[in-house]
Structures are given as C-alpha cells and as structure tokens.
Design a protein around this ligand. Structure first.
Ligand SMILES: *[C@@H]1O[C@H](CO)[C@@H](O)[C@H](O)[C@H]1NC(C)=O
Length: 191
C-alpha cells in the first residue's frame, strides 16, 4: 500500500505541475490525453469499445484514455497492472536537443477487453491524421507538445513517446511498427 500511495502522490504532484506549466491542457478532455510519468504511472489512448481493432478505433468517438491511476474516474478507464509484461521507461534528448520520454515493451492484450489479441495494431498521435490535428483529434500528452503511440496486440507490443519537439515523435511511419517509430527496449517481443 505504501508504494501505491507514493505513486498516487507523485502522480498528483506531477499532474499539478504539468497543468501549471502548460495551462492549455486544462482545455483537453480527460478522455483525450496521454501521460507518461514512470513505468507504472501512465495513461494511453485505447479503443473505446470491446474487441475493437486499433484501426477501426481511429474514427471520432471511438477512443478513450485509460490510465494505471485514472484522475477522472468518469471519463477515463483503468489499465490493469501487468498490461505491460515487460516495460522500459526512458528519457532522451532528441534531434534538436529537446527532451522526450517514452515507454516501450511487451504487452498482455488479453488484460484489456477493448483489444483484439490478433490485431496487428495501429497508431494514435497528436499531430497526424487527415487534418494533422491528431488521431484522435485534439489529443495531447500532458506536459509535452506532441506524442505518438502504437498498440500492436499481435506483437504483442506497445510503445508511446511524448516530445517537446514534434520532430522526435514522427507520425508518418505508422505502418513500420514500434521499433522503427520509437527505438527502445522491446525485450523478447521484438520482431
Ligand atoms: C472529469 O472531467 C470532466 C470534464 O473535464 C469534469 O467536468 C468533471 O468534473 C471531472 N470529474 C472529476 C471527478 O474530476
């Protein structure tokens, strides 16, 4: 319990700091955000409905934010512990010297009923999509200017990176897979 309490305290502190530093995120609905604090405290975009391929969810109204520690229980769902079977949290400095943060690893897609374990997967981001306003439209990473997220249930693999400089979060490589879009540690789920 001690661990959980300190994680929640960290989460609240960081969220408050992020909101103070980036007032615009107050305008983002809690169901349309991603967040990376640590390997166990994070939010990601998922399909909104059960057993939906990521590709099928890439339409308005078909996505929702899920968090390991939801901060808005009405609008956000819960990512169960163990969703990432193996996960690497990493911070880096990108092409123009700006920081980014990321999670990479192997997932257990069966733990989230919205996923189809055989789905080859797809991408969510803040700067791509038909209108370049993101997919889902208007989605943001708390504290960062941009993000790119791939869920590949068939991998079974997932990855997410939040960037200050959008150039470090490329959105045009979505069919290339996690290791190309977000280089990092993929443990034994790499292929
Ligand atoms: C959840 O978010 C909505 C929309 O921003 C807000 O109206 C509501 O008060 C929030 N609920 C909680 C419990 O924070």
């Amino acid at each position: 319990m001690k661990f959980i309490k300190s994680s929640l305290a960290t989460w609240a502190t960081l969220l408050t700091a992020a909101m103070a530093a980036f007032p615009s995120i107050n305008d983002v609905s809690p169901d349309n955000v991603v967040y990376i604090s640590s390997e166990s405290v994070y939010c990601m975009i998922f399909p909104k409905y059960p057993h939906m391929d990521i590709g099928a969810s890439e339409n308005p109204g078909n996505t929702q934010t899920l968090c390991t520690y939801p901060y808005n229980a009405t609008l956000q769902g819960t990512i169960p512990q163990g969703f990432f079977r193996s996960v690497a949290f990493a911070k880096g400095v990108g092409i123009t010297g700006q920081p980014y943060v990321q999670l990479t690893g192997c997932i257990v897609p069966q733990l989230v009923d919205r996923l189809n374990p055989a789905d080859s997967g797809g991408q969510y981001d803040s700067n791509g999509g038909v209108t370049l306003q993101g997919n889902p439209i208007g989605s943001q990473c708390l504290g960062y200017a941009s993000y790119v997220e791939l869920i590949e249930p068939g991998g079974p693999r997932a990855c997410i990176r939040c960037c200050i400089d959008p150039v470090d979060c490329p959105v045009t490589l979505d069919t290339s897979g996690c290791p190309t879009v977000i280089p990092g540690n993929y443990f034994d789920c790499a292929y």
